[in-house]
Structures are given as C-alpha cells and as structure tokens.
Design a protein around this ligand. Structure first.
Ligand code: PLP
Length: 308
C-alpha cells in the first residue's frame, strides 16, 4: 500500500469559463499531508525503510517536511525536522502534530540544512525536498492515475519550485506514452529559478527569493528539471504574488479548497487566461496544494495588496 491516496480528477466549470477551454484538475491538495509531496516522499521513505533506515531527517519547514513526518508516522519510523528560526509557529505545530521532533536551528534554511546534515548517523535517511530520483518516480504516479482514464490532455499546467514536481510529471507523461504533451511551468516573479535558468541557458542561482509563494522558494532548480526544460516541451510562465494570492481566493470560492500561493501560481495562469494557454483546448492543472497557508493568511495578503 502506498502512503499517498489516489486523488480525484474533476472538470472545473469555473476554471473552464475563466480560461475559455476545458480544464481538468488533479486534486493533489487532498493528499492527507496537504500536498502532492507525499507521493514522492512516501515512495522514498518506503525505500529507505526497506533498506533499514531507523530515522528520517528533513530540513523543510514546509510541505516536504510535513510529508516526511506523515510518512514516518505511518511507517513507525522516527522523524527529525530541523527548521530555521524564521519558520512559522504554524509550520512547527503541524510537524509536531504528525509526531515529528522539531529542532529550531539557525537564522535561515542554509544553516538549518547544514545542522540537519551534521546530525546524520549511518542509520538515518535524509529526505531532500526535490532533488532525488526516488521522489520523481513517486510523483509520476499522479500521471498514471490520469492516464488510466485514457483522456490525454493538450497540456499540463503545474507550479515549479526546485523542479521535483516537474521532473516527476514529465517522467509520468513519458512512461504513459504521453511524452509529447507540453508542460506549462508556473512560477512567481520573485521565485522564478526555472525561468532564470531557461533564459540563461544554464542552471543559475538566484541571489534571493522574494515571494509569498514560499514553497516555490528554491534559489536553484535541480539539474534534472533544467535538463527537461531544454527538451522544447516546457514553457515557462510567470505571475505576480498578487495574481497567485487572488487565484487562491477565487479557487477557495469556486471549489471550496484552500491552497498555498505556490499552487495559486499555476491556478493564476488559468484564471488569467494567459497567452500560453491559447494553443491548447484541454488543460490538466496539477492542484499541488500546500498546508502552510491559512484562510486568515490569504485574507491578510489580499488586504495588503488592496491597500497598495
Ligand atoms: C514543493 C511544492 C511545490 C514545488 O515543487 P518542486 O518539486 O519544488 O518544484 C509547489 N507547490 C507546493 C504546494 C509544494 O509543496
């Protein structure tokens, strides 16, 4: 039994009207830990458990850490998550609710991650949030579920942080004979590490991340995501934080589902009728989800944008 669930695939009347074309939603926001990440992380955790890992270690205060904590609880394996002092109390609470040991260390993610690495003993498994082939193969299962319906999309729309989701979805498309389906890769302007790499023609490291879409905040995409971006099948699309937040609010009203701005980035492309959509009659949106934003957060961000 995998640790993730099979998620619903639904037609969205609201998004179809906004985007002017057929829109189907793969509802990864319904995974128990709140995002698609449990697919890949769950598969990786099962792999490490079979190899005898006694503890899982993560340095993610976001959805990757939550997925590790959830997987560890289900597998009966201890989990330690090292988060920086900049992490939210909400994130720490969510991790503790899943039974993880939370260690607060360092001002930022670099320090927390270095501390997590230093803690590792030979019987520990470290779970990277996106740069691990086990994760990509696990994420690919969401495409298997879509392919089982036999209904091939014209394009897939998804969000990109470090590129693990992109790598997994493209692996899934390839292994189902859908390797020709183009992928629209959405980022916010302040977290556009894939866009920067595609522009430069090489993997670049952003000096800073400046976005409310914290789950997209990888300063550099993984090598696999960059390599895939060079195949001609990936089109980069950027939206503003304001558009991402507005998309979350609209999606909450339309579908009664709360997602993070990281997911709102992809939704904003559809709601905004972005020119990148024009070629495709039938869009599959990966609703990647995210557990770290509350309805109150969304309201505060919207009010802040309304005031400026
Ligand atoms: C991790 C995450 C992403 C980005 O995934 P990558 O594999 O880092 O590209 C997008 N949305 C949510 C909600 C996430 O948790």
């Amino acid at each position: 039994m995998p640790l993730h669930i099979q998620t619903p695939l639904i037609h969205s009347t609201a998004l179809a009207r906004a985007a002017g074309r057929t829109v189907r939603l793969k509802l990864e926001c319904l995974q128990p830990p709140g995002s698609f990440k449990i697919r890949g992380i769950g598969a990786a955790c099962e792999h490490y458990a079979r190899e005898g890992a006694r503890r899982f270690v993560s340095s993610s205060g976001g959805n990757a850490g939550l997925a590790v904590a959830y997987a560890g609880r289900l597998l009966g394996i201890a989990v330690t998550v090292v988060v920086p002092s900049s992490s939210s109390e909400r994130a720490r609470d969510l991790l503790r609710q899943e039974g993880a040991e939370v260690i607060v260390f360092g001002a930022g993610w670099q320090e927390a991650n270095a501390h997590a690495q230093a803690l590792l003993s030979p019987s520990d498994a470290f779970l990277h949030p996106f740069d691990n082939p086990l994760l990509w193969t696990g994420h690919a299962s969401m495409v298997d579920e879509v392919a089982a319906t036999g209904h091939k999309p014209g394009a897939v729309l998804l969000s990109v942080g470090g590129g693990g989701l992109l790598a997994g979805v493209m692996e899934g498309l390839a292994r189902n004979g859908w390797g020709d389906v183009p992928v629209l890769a959405a980022e916010t302007h302040g977290a556009a590490s894939l866009h920067a790499a595609m522009q430069a023609g090489t993997r670049v490291e952003l000096p800073t991340i400046d976005s409310l879409a914290t789950s997209l905040g990888a300063r550099q995409v993984c090598a696999q995501a960059f390599a895939l971006s060079q195949t001609g099948k990936v089109r980069s699309v950027r939206v503003s934080d304001q558009e991402a937040v507005a998309a979350c609010t609209r999606f909450l009203d339309d579908h009664r589902l709360l997602v993070e701005p990281a997911c709102g980035a992809a939704l904003a492309v559809a709601y905004g009728q972005h020119p990148a959509l024009l070629e495709y009659e039938d869009i599959l949106v990966i609703v990647c989800g995210g557990a770290t934003a509350s309805a109150d957060n969304l309201r505060q961000w919207s009010e802040r944008f309304a005031a400026t």
